[in-house]
Design a protein around this ligand. Structure first.
Ligand code: GLU
Length: 507
């Protein structure tokens, strides 16, 4: 594409990229960087690019690339240009762009802005040691090959001599000042910048070079990334200047720390997006939580759905202080997203998929019994913290006609003398109710059972406790009327009869 075509394609739009290295899964910090880039693009009608930084062939894998793409899709972060979707500045995998980096590096050599370096690793090490021992202020590369005659250097390269390519930091360049959108003005001492390597002797580009060539080629206007890259920025500025390309705006976002104040790592629990997905967090809640880890909408809003984020995100509300990952807050936000669903939505999005996954229900179960599932949703939703909880919360439904009864529950509730009359009376009341035309619904069930403890002169606790244990085999259950309605008369009666039998045989 020519420059003028590219100009038309970009139309001065904001263009940002997320550039993960597929050396591992997408972790929480990377996900937050991706979210900020995506939201910044969306809020500004810009373009969001996904680029795979896989120049390190020993540590990058296709499997990790696929895991990252899947995680991005689960997070709902769609990209306008990148792998799978293509775009005008592709390819979008660095491994496919090595020839382009080589061409750019050779051009800099031609222009006298970079040079071949033949210093061996031993020579470089000796130089570093000397400078260190002499406590010299400048301990970087001494520029030995800078002075070589270019024609002679070229001949040595042609003869196959191992070499790297180094960029020339212009003499008298002065300090590099980066105007960071998060950190403000950051000044880097020019004395600490040596002529750094842009191409290694194994013919691979260094990160600082490949990144800048790509960011320039892809017309990136804002580089939003973790502040572990802030220290790379002055070198990247030198590369932009050598390439005669405009320097983008940088925004370096803070680290995410664990609750102990240390950098978030495996020790703190789940760190990859994939793990949160497997633990059945809501993707929108997860994005909401991560977005707030270092950015705020105002000083109080905690629920920011993805579409609001995509409208409201701005760099000037990004904090430069490290953020602390607080799983309790994440869980709370997740719960709010679940509670905000209607019963029908909860059935469709949470109950159905989770119960099918757990092998308890068949695909399409919701459409066969929508009302039953809506009732189940109304009972289970307030008790659900993450989607996967519904499997244990609904376990009582899938225990067959004679649930196994926990010993503790049996001893506490069914070993009492009052248990048998309670169950017999409940059984008869429920069967009578089933025969009536009014129907077997929670309210009617509660009404039918309510007078019985007094009639039997048994405490409510003992009466309902016996039914609960008979129906679930445990001491805890959802509210009685709803539970019995969900089980249906046939199963409820069968369970009560099985419990009565157990009482007989145990007596
Ligand atoms: N591949 C680099 C990383 O994952 C990208 C850094 C950048 O955004 O420049 O850290």
């Amino acid at each position: 594409m020519t420059d003028s075509q590219a100009m038309t394609a970009t139309q001065n739009a904001i263009r940002v990229r997320f550039a993960p290295s597929p050396t591992g899964k997408l972790h929480v910090g990377g996900a937050r960087t991706a979210i900020y880039n995506w939201a910044f693009a969306r809020a500004n009608d810009g373009v969001f690019i996904l680029r795979i930084d896989d120049t390190d062939p020993t540590r990058s894998t296709e499997e990790n690339t696929q895991i990252i793409l899947r995680a991005m899709r689960w997070l709902g972060l769609d990209w306008d240009e990148g792998p799978d979707v293509g775009g005008p500045f592709g390819p979008y995998r660095q491994a496919d762009r090595v020839a382009r980096y080589k061409e750019a590096a050779e051009k800099l050599v031609e222009e006298g802005k970079a040079y071949y370096c033949f210093c061996t690793p031993e020579e470089l090490e000796a130089g570093r040691k000397r400078a260190h021992e002499a406590k010299e202020e400048f301990q970087g590369y001494n520029g030995a090959c800078r002075k070589l005659d270019p024609a002679e250097a070229k001949a040595r390269v042609a003869a196959g001599e191992p070499h790297t390519i180094r960029i020339k930091v212009p003499e008298g360049r002065g300090d590099v000042v980066v105007d960071d959108a998060v950190h403000g003005q950051v000044t880097f001492n020019a004395k600490e910048l040596d002529d750094f390597i842009i191409f290694r002797s194994d013919d691979t580009p260094t990160y600082n070079f490949a990144t800048v060539v790509d960011d320039a080629d892809m017309r990136i206007t804002h580089v939003i990334r973790g502040d572990d890259h802030l220290s790379n920025t002055p070198r990247q500025v030198i590369v932009y200047e050598a390439l005669k390309k405009p320097v983008p705006t940088f925004a370096h976002i803070s680290m995410i720390l664990g609750e102990d104040g240390k950098k978030l790592s495996k020790r703190h629990g789940a760190t990859s997006v994939e793990e949160y997905q497997q633990e059945s967090y809501e993707s929108e809640a997860f994005v909401n939580y991560l977005a707030l880890l270092g950015w705020s909408f105002d000083d109080k809003t905690t629920i920011i759905p993805r579409d609001v984020l995509a409208r409201e995100f701005s760099l000037n509300r990004v904090s430069k202080n490290p953020a602390t990952f607080d799983s309790k807050k994440l869980n709370w936000i997740n719960e709010q997203y679940l509670l905000a669903m209607t019963d029908e939505e909860f059935a469709e999005k949470i109950l159905g998929p989770q119960l099918v996954l757990a092998g308890k229900e068949e695909e399409g179960c919701i459409s066969l019994r929508p009302e039953w599932f809506a009732l189940l949703a109304s009972v289970i939703k307030p008790r659900t913290k993450i989607a996967g909880d519904v499997v244990s919360l609904t376990e009582f439904l899938y225990k067959g006609d004679a649930p196994e009864i926990e010993e503790k529950a049996f001893n506490k509730m069914l070993a009492k003398e009052s248990a048998k009359p309670s169950l017999v009376a409940a059984l008869s009341a429920l069967q009578t109710l089933e025969d009536k035309a009014s129907g077997f619904y929670a309210d009617a069930i509660n009404d039918a059972l309510a007078p019985l403890p007094e009639e039997l002169d048994i405490s409510r606790g003992a009466f309902y406790g016996a039914i609960r244990v008979a129906l679930t085999g445990t001491l805890v259950s959802p509210p009685m009327g709803e539970m019995i309605e969900l089980l249906g008369c046939k199963s409820t009666c069968a369970r009560i009869e099985a419990a009565l039998e157990k009482i007989e045989t145990t007596a």
